[in-house]
Design a protein around this ligand. Structure first.
Ligand code: BDR
Ligand code: CA
Length: 312
């Protein structure tokens, strides 16, 4: 199986990504989860990650808290999308499983230094603050990473937090610039692709039809999370961003894109956090990222439903 660390700011769609990973033990070996400040502040994302593990019957998963603010700017959160707790839509009890003592960035650095080179993949589902901090503090780990697969950015679809920028990149563009410029093998799941992966009423019903507490929780989350995008875009369902990162590791053939140059805008007030993807190859800047543009939505939801159902 692919050995992964999930770096995340749960978030209902982050929660679905964690569940997909936990439901796929043949393909995914989850070494740990590191929380980052993003959708909601760090205290909540660190708590939400543990709630999700407990809901999945996996209180043994190691959950760490990482950075509580972006590298260079004040934190911007997204309660308008995810609700006050970050996981609105269903009440869950406070987690009983512990938060690990070590800082999440130290966990990332130590794991990459300990494990054989090229055997650990970093899955980033929130702002890139933890990854960038680890890469800056310990540049030797960059070559040891198997791959970074991240949800973030947008090019044709453009922004969801400003007209030009996607939320995860917008919150910490300086961190994104470090990761995109690091030379690491990089695969990007931007809004261009996630906006083709919509939670229709029928796909939502499939979770409720589990008839389990987990199915009910998922339906509650997705119903809440959907509302925002359905109202905003007038689409048949909201995009389910973050689990595409995990699905890509299990079934890469569900996704297609181009290996292109992607640069991060950090200076312009108007387009801060924009991922400028050279999709048409009009510059000679070297390609640094596989930038996904399309997905097999039916295949993706079939995989997600099947794997999450296994968790009971
Ligand atoms: C991204 O931002 C967050 O709100 C979601 O969890 C996802 O990671 C989408 O722009
Ligand atoms: Ca997220």
């Amino acid at each position: 199986p692919r050995r992964i660390i999930i770096d995340t700011d749960p978030g209902q769609d982050d929660a679905m990504a964690i569940l997909l990973a936990l439901g796929s033990p043949e393909e995914i070996d989850l070494l740990g989860i590191v929380a980052v400040a993003g959708n909601v502040p760090l205290a909540r994302t660190a708590e939400n990650a543990r709630k999700v593990c407990e809901l999945a019957g996996r209180p043994d998963v190691k959950v760490f808290a990482g950075c509580d603010r972006p590298l260079a700017h004040a934190l911007v959160t997204a309660e308008h999308v995810h609700g006050k707790t970050g996981l609105d839509g269903i009440e869950l009890p406070p987690p009983r499983m512990p938060l690990q003592d070590r800082h999440g960035v130290d966990f990332i650095v130590e794991t990459l230094r300990r494990e054989p080179p090229g055997t650990v993949t970093l899955c980033a589902l929130g702002p890139l603050t933890n990854l960038a901090t680890a890469f800056s503090r310990a540049p030797d780990i960059v070559d040891r990473v198997e791959e970074v697969v991240l949800m973030g950015g947008a090019y044709f679809e453009v922004g969801n937090i400003t007209p030009a920028a996607e939320f995860n990149i917008y919150v910490d563009p300086e961190a994104a610039e470090i990761v995109f410029g690091s030379g690491v093998k990089l695969t990007v799941m931007p809004l261009d692709m996630t906006h083709k992966v919509l939670v229709t009423a029928e796909r939502l019903r499939a979770f409720r039809d589990f008839g389990t507490r987990l199915g009910e929780a998922i339906a509650g989350w997705l119903d809440f999370f959907e509302r925002f995008d359905v109202e905003k875009y007038g689409s048949v369902g909201g995009p389910l961003h973050d689990p595409t990162v995990i699905a890509y590791l299990i079934r890469p053939e569900l996704f297609s894109g181009r290996f292109v140059n992607v640069e991060i805008e950090t200076r312009s007030a108007l387009t801060r956090g924009m991922t400028v993807a050279d999709w048409w190859g009009v510059t000679d800047r070297p390609a640094n990222a596989m930038f996904m543009g399309d997905a097999d939505a039916e295949g993706f939801f079939a995989l997600l439903t099947e794997r999450v159902r296994r968790l009971g």
